[in-house]
Design a protein around this ligand. Structure first.
Ligand code: MG
Length: 374
């Protein structure tokens, strides 16, 4: 089999309600969909993360990588992955849009391999092969305290046993004081029978992150995600040194080298690779092995991405030999609803893994066209 064509398109979709977290108000979802065609007629799909400026990622896929890959055998996945990474790593490009572009390509190659073998990707990984897996409900966004309590209770009523909250009020709206007051009110309102995680989206500097972490200990927070910016490893180390709250992160980490830096310093308890950013299925597989080697917990990130990225996360979570939980986004996301038959909804805190060949579900190409802007 040979690769004959590689294209990328930018998708955008607006949910009914925008959400607020430390990065600001998010009114729109966007993603880059990578399509790889072959001489056997098999077409693979992958996704590159693109919170904004997806056109730049599309250019990277089509101008930088497509010329390197056309004519190559799409099933030599890890070889192609390293070929792409090594082409640019020597120039210092081992993070950012470049690796996000590789992530979409890599996932599309796995999709092709699955379709060729007539198996879902998880079966090609010869892992745990879970048919369903535990999720945590994500996320209760920053809002009025009563609204955040109501949302948390609503998710508990839907059967979720672990729920993630957001923190990161702006200085004008109360900063860390508003954050801790709301988290405390939620814990008091829901009792101690539900696990609560907290995601700060890098809202704090090291001093405020330590301040928060010390107070989170009394609120039985099961993990404190991205307390500081992802390049501030010393900030993670400061939180680690001064509190016992488990630390989570990884959605903004690239390649095995990125995860190694965190893990060799013991800075993560929960490792959260994003499939559309870290290097696709191959990058997440590397992160999974490192997580195992360093004795941490594996919990792939899904977030604001489109449905292809969510499916890729489901496949890797299904295969992972050890899995903590997969992030399930309960917020309205039009770019996840692009499949024939729909994306699975969890019941009692568990989600079923789709089993069609490749990524597990078939794209509704009319819906993909509807959301395509470039
Ligand atoms: Mg996060």
């Amino acid at each position: 089999m040979k690769i004959t064509q590689i294209n990328a398109r930018v998708l955008k979709g607006r949910p009914e309600k925008s959400v607020v977290f430390a990065a600001g108000r998010y009114p729109e979802f966007s993603a880059v969909l990578v399509t790889i065609e072959t001489d056997e007629g098999i077409i693979g799909y992958g996704e590159s993360i693109a919170r904004s400026g997806g056109e730049a990622t599309k250019e990277a896929v089509e101008k930088l990588f497509a010329p390197l890959l056309i004519g190559k055998d799409p099933e030599k996945i890890e070889g192609l992955y390293l070929f792409m990474v090594n082409q640019l790593r020597r120039f210092g490009h081992s993070a950012g849009i470049i690796i996000e572009a590789i992530s979409g390509i890599d996932t599309a190659l796995w999709d092709i391999a699955g379709k060729k073998a007539n198996k879902p990707i998880r079966d090609l990984l010869y892992g745990a092969g879970r048919d369903e897996l535990e999720v945590y409900a994500s996320s209760v966004y920053i809002a009025k305290t009563e609204e955040m309590i109501a949302e948390t209770k609503d998710q508990m009523a839907k059967g979720h046993t672990m729920i993630k909250l957001k923190s990161g009020h702006s200085k004008e709206s109360g900063g860390k004081y508003a954050d801790i007051e709301k988290i405390r009110a939620i814990r008091e309102a829901v009792g101690d029978k539900v696990e609560l995680g907290l995601d700060a989206n890098s809202a704090y500097d090291a001093a405020d992150a330590v301040w928060m972490a010390k107070r989170l200990e009394d609120l039985d927070i099961c993990f404190f995600e991205e307390p500081v910016h992802p390049d501030n490893l010393d900030g993670y180390a400061a939180v680690r040194q001064h509190s016992s709250v488990p630390l989570a992160g990884g959605e903004t980490v690239f390649l095995a080298y990125g995860f190694r830096k965190f893990l060799e310093r013991g800075l993560l308890d929960v490792v959260q690779p994003d499939l559309a950013r870290c290097g696709g299925i191959t990058g997440a597989r590397h992160a999974m092995v490192l997580t195992h080697a360093f004795g941490a917990r594996f919990a792939p990130h899904t977030g604001f991405s489109g449905g292809i990225s969510h499916l890729a996360a489901l496949q890797i979570a299904s295969a992972a030999p050890e899995l903590y939980r997969l992030e399930y986004m309960f917020i309205d996301n039009p770019l996840r609803e692009i499949f024939i038959g729909g994306y699975p909804t969890p019941a009692n805190g568990k989600i079923k893994v789709p089993t069609a060949p490749g990524l597990g579900l078939e794209l509704d190409l009319d819906l993909v066209d509807k959301y395509t802007v470039a």
